[in-house]
Structure formats: C-alpha cells, structure tokens
Design a protein around this ligand. Structure first.
Ligand SMILES: Nc1ncnc2c1ncn2[C@@H]1O[C@H](COP(=O)(O)OP(=O)(O)O)[C@@H](O)[C@H]1O
Ligand SMILES: [Mg+2]
Length: 265
C-alpha cells in the first residue's frame, strides 16, 4: 500500500485547567491538567474522506487543530507527506464551524484572497467566479457576507477553501449552524466536490451520524477523554448511497453502540 498522506504517532494533548501547584496523578497527568487525547495513532491516505465522531468535548476539534498545525501536541507527532507538522500550511485549509469570511469584503473578493498567487487581476476574478459556480453561488459575487443566508455563506467558505487548492481540507462541524434542508444540500455538494477533486484528503468532524455515513470512506470514533480511537471503519459502499440499506443500518448501530446510544431510532 502507498505511504499514508497523514500519520499520527502517539499524539497526546493535555490542557491545563487552572493555576496552582502541580503534582503527578496516577494516570500520569499533573494535578490541574486534563489529558484530552491519549496516544492516538492513525494513518490517512490521500483522497480519503474521513469523518470523526465522538461525544461533545472528547477532543475532535483539538485533534483537527493538531493536524492543521494550530496546536502542538504535548506528546507524539503528526506527519503529512512524511514531513513533521510544525505549524499551519497554505495547502492545508481549515473550515470552521462559525465561518471565517471577511465581512468587509464582497464574496468574490473573499474568494480572490485565496488566489493571490494569480498576478493578473482579470484572471484572478475569473478563477474566483469558477469556484463560486462550483458551489452554485453565481449571481451573488458582489454581495457582502451579511447579505447571504447561512448556507450560502458556508458555500462561499467552501469556494474560498477550494480556491486555495488544498491537498488537505479540514472541516470542523461546517454545517452545524444550518437548517436541515440546507445541510442536506451542502452534503450533496460536498460529495460532488470530492468526486471532482479526488486527490483532496478531507477530514470532517460532525455530530450527524447520517452525514458521516453518507459522505465518508472512513469513520473514526473517539472515546471519552483521555480519548483514544474507539473504532475505525472503512466504508466501501459506492456513492450515491441510500441510507436505508441494511449495510448502512448495521454501521449506524455500530456507531450507536460506540457512542453509548441505546435507542432504536
Ligand atoms: N484551550 C483550552 N484550554 C483548556 N481546555 C480546553 C481548551 N480547548 C478545549 N478544551 C477542553 O478540551 C476538551 C476537548 O475539547 P474539543 O477538542 O473542543 O472537543 P470536541 O470538539 O470533541 O467537542 C473539552 O473538555 C474542552 O473543554
Ligand atoms: Mg468541536
């Protein structure tokens, strides 16, 4: 098998809860510290779409930030293309839950920012327009973010991320603030984009189990802190997927089991 795109080796993260004298506890943490992630080992291949699931507070965002290079692990290391991650890189783009468009720039100018390397302004704008078309946002390029709905803003965010031609796209609950119908539409679009850009590796944190079943090639479920990978499953079912098939039903039950959900919903 080819070399993994992303490799996590015994990644451990501790957060300090407050000031005070520190002494060691039996689990190896110091008093006042909490181990959030504990010795996480994981390999992800180029072009995979990996969904991360787990209870609130288990460390999903922390894990993504470590991979993006925003945070340094307290133990272990992260490798992308066999290079140790020491900080953020322009080819690794993060899409936040709360959105991060610049409110003082129009939509096309927001997307153009990611195309700074294109010197010719006309060319830059026409490329930005192409990315807006890709996420079905033609016609609103001269609007400011506040003039768009939440779903459209999130699409613009995705267009800007894609314009940067990332080889790793990290998405932290990107659709969580949106209504169900918009989420379903964006889910479809993300799937379409992944087909269009097969070499882009996507890491996707979600609370929505069906979203993860519909989109991903792999599910990673984290346990409670100190979190380790509780379950890692490859999904080989081709797209488009029907969520009511027995195969996906079984996977859904497995996720419920690992998350401690006992209802038959
Ligand atoms: N900067 C920080 N300092 C201290 N504790 C933090 C910090 N960031 C997150 N935490 C704590 O670490 C745990 C994991 O957080 P997070 O990665 O955001 O979880 P998730 O994304 O799975 O909900 C939570 O208990 C959270 O309160
Ligand atoms: Mg989070």
């Amino acid at each position: 098998m080819s070399r993994p795109k992303i490799r996590l080796e015994q990644v451990t993260v501790r957060y300090v809860n407050g000031a005070g004298t520190r002494w060691m506890r039996r689990d190896g943490a110091e008093h006042g510290e909490r181990i959030i992630l504990s010795d996480i080992d994981l390999e992800i291949h180029a072009g995979e779409f990996v969904s991360f699931l787990g209870h609130s507070g288990c460390g999903k965002s922390t894990l993504l930030k470590i991979i993006a290079g925003f945070l340094k692990p307290d133990g272990g290391s992260v490798w992308i293309d066999d290079e140790r991650v020491e900080g953020p890189q322009s080819s690794h783009v993060f899409i936040f839950q709360e959105g991060a468009l610049f409110p003082w720039l129009t939509i096309i100018d927001n997307v153009s920012l990611a195309l700074r390397a294109v010197r010719n302004q006309g060319e830059r704008l026409s490329k930005a327009r192409e990315y807006l078309e890709l996420v079905a946002l033609e016609g609103v390029e001269h609007h400011y973010p506040y003039m768009l709905s939440g779903g459209m803003r999130q699409r613009a965010e995705i267009a800007r991320a894609l314009a940067a031609q990332p080889d790793v796209l990290l998405m932290d609950e990107p659709f969580s603030g949106l209504d169900q119908l918009t989420r379903l539409n964006l889910r479809e679009e993300l799937l379409y984009l992944h087909v269009m850009l097969p070499s882009t590796t996507i890491l996707f944190v979600t609370h929505d189990i069906d979203e993860s079943l519909q989109l991903s090639n792999r599910l990673v479920i984290l346990g409670e802190p100190p979190a380790q990978v509780k379950c890692c499953r490859t999904i080989r079912i081709p797209h488009p997927r029907t969520l009511t098939t027995p195969e996906l039903g079984e996977l859904r039950s497995l996720i419920h089991h690992h998350l401690g959900v006992h209802s038959s919903l």
